[in-house]
Design a protein around this ligand. Sequence first.
Ligand code: HEC
Length: 136
Amino acid sequence: MKTYIWILAIAFLFISFAFTSSGKEKEGSSKISQVKDNVYPLILTQDPGDFYKKQCAFCHESEGLIAPDMKDIKKVYIEKFPNKPDFEKAMLEFVKHPTKEKALYKKGLDQYTLMPKMPFKEEDLKGVVEYIYTKI
Ligand code: HEC
């Protein structure tokens, strides 16, 4: 484990060195992108795909270890709410405030505990339920 951390640390130093020395001629543009990367998460809602990967996939792409696979959940939602606005509304309501009564994927409740309520921003959740409807 310790060796692993050292390898990571050395790789990181090497990468940051490579970037500082090669970026001289386009210093202006790299500064802008640095600022953008730092400020982006604070002022804008996140890209829905990134948000899904960071906040949902850990549990919902865990080969069923922690939570049901999102594709299986989506199937049940699509069956009940084929059109996009209804689908998004129902899923948003559940994720904002999960309760057993709202849960549509009953098999999930038999196998797992109720999904915890997490303090997500409404805008991020709106983006992510649309992402699930269109891309998952
Ligand atoms: C800590 C783990 C965890 C995270 C993170 C998580 N979920 Fe869940 N989720 C669960 C579990 C466990 C269930 C199954 C039990 C249930 O239905 O509550 C579930 C169920 C669901 C369901 C099905 C509810 C139903 O109608 O039966 C939806 C939709 C859902 N999650 C969406 C999301 C979205 C969107 C995110 C990311 C913003 C997310 N979850 C993040 C654990 C998680």
